[in-house]
Write a protein that binds this ligand. Structure first.
Ligand code: COA
Length: 382
């Protein structure tokens, strides 16, 4: 398109649906979901978040030594959160203890950026180091906020992989091995997903020449919305609102009649089902099998899935099983979307580094739909 010409309605796609807005070597959804060329299934089954974060940020799977050194740097960042951030969060926790942990993460990342005094433009080495620090700092901020908001002293960051350390911090218990495994799988599945709204937000912000922390702060804000990351918290509310399988049909009919979307279903890109939901759904059912309360939730989920397919031809997205997994692990609903942030930090930072490495300002056009040209009338004559 001639960029000096007036935009044509033919160029317009509501919500940018179907528009190719850039190139990426990080993730592909063409045919199947792959991170840097590797199919998602084996990565998800291994459930090693540090390995996947290294792959996304550095571009290759790590050797054993590279993984250990990377994990040591990330975990050190989690253990050494700047006292100025903890202090500010402590004040906010007193002032507004019921604030969303998403807001605490957004505020804390912004503060971390201020403390780092980002130099523009950042070198690739500086950006990689920032990405690794953020990977450790963000889960530590989440755990810190949960302690402070509950009026507890801030606990130490445990040893071990992020999956086990974060689960331990958020539940207050040493998690069993199978819990760590499935939690790690959710982190891998949430880690990256191409040009979704929050990633595109981050890329747009840094395309102006701005810094990584500004990009991540904006991305957290974008992820918070219920049409994006916020959906996993709403899924549990859906299940609680329906209550039991026999009430599912009537409840859904009410939503359809009111033209409300059902959280955890549908996807802008996957119109024939989300591969991540299939993978995690099977693991979730296996984990909950034989546990009466959890099995009742699974039966309710199965019924809703069948009805959504029958009535709307819609299949679940990743948030549908992820919410059930987090509930079964004993996590409070308020940390579901923040956990998504912890995982997506790897994808966001990888995209920011990629955007900065081959940048062109992201600046689309709009179709004007306002009043026809009219004459200005001075204030005293109006
Ligand atoms: N429940 C009920 N109806 C839904 C629906 C849902 N979850 N998702 C889509 N639809 C309906 C739309 O309202 C639309 O109906 P219409 O043609 O009568 O207007 C139709 O299905 C087609 O929607 P589509 O264009 O495919 O949606 P989208 O690509 O603009 O939106 C989502 C994608 C994800 C925003 C949307 O599916 C949604 O809101 N889902 C619920 C929130 C969610 O789970 N988000 C997490 C995404 S990973």
């Amino acid at each position: 398109m001639n960029t000096n010409a007036r935009p044509s309605p033919d160029d317009f796609a509501r919500g940018l649906a179907g528009i190719v807005a850039g190139r990426t070597a990080i993730c592909s959804l063409e045919g199947d979901l792959r991170y840097r060329g590797y199919a998602i299934e084996p990565l998800a089954r291994a459930g090693d978040f540090e390995e996947v974060a290294y792959l996304l940020i550095h571009g290759e799977l790590p050797t054993h030594a590279e993984r250990e050194a990377f994990a040591a740097r990330v975990h050190a960042a989690a253990r050494t959160l700047d006292p100025a951030v903890i202090d500010a969060l402590a004040r906010l926790a007193v002032a507004c203890p019921s604030a969303s942990p998403m807001d605490a993460l957004r505020t804390a990342v912004s503060m971390l950026g201020q403390i780092e005094r980002d130099v523009l433009p950042g070198s690739r080495e500086a950006l990689l180091a920032q990405a690794e620090r953020l990977l450790g700092q963000v889960p530590a901020v989440l755990a810190t906020w949960c302690d402070l908001a509950a009026g507890r002293a801030v606990g130490p960051w445990p040893d071990g992989p992020i999956a086990s350390a974060l689960l331990q911090r958020l539940t207050g218990r040493t998690p069993p091995v199978d819990h760590v495994a499935i939690f790690g799988t959710t982190l891998v599945l949430y880690a990256e997903h191409e040009f979704n709204a929050s990633t595109f937000t981050a890329r747009t912000i840094v395309s102006t020449g701005s810094d990584m922390h500004s990009g991540i702060t904006g991305a957290i804000g974008a992820l918070k919305g219920p049409l994006h990351g916020g959906a996993n918290e709403q899924v549990l509310e859906v299940l609680a609102a329906i209550g039991s399988a026999d009430r599912a049909e009537a409840w859904l009919e009410e939503q359809f009649a009111a033209k409300r979307v059902v959280m955890g279903f549908g996807h802008r890109v996957y119109k024939d089902g989300d591969v991540r939901a299939k993978l995690l759904g099977a693991m979730c059912r296996a984990m909950n099998s034989g546990k009466p309360a959890a099995e009742a939730i699974e039966q309710l989920a199965d019924r809703v899935e069948a009805l959504m397919l029958d009535r709307k031809k819609l299949k679940p997205n990743l948030d549908w099983p992820a919410a059930r997994v987090y509930h079964a692990l004993g996590l409070p609903v308020s940390v579901f979307t923040p956990i998504f942030v912890v995982a997506r930090m790897s994808g966001w930072t990888a995209h920011i580094i990629e955007q900065i490495g081959d940048n062109r300002l992201i600046r689309p056009l709009s179709l004007y739909s306002g009043p026809a040209p009219r004459d200005y009338v001075p204030l005293e004559l109006r």
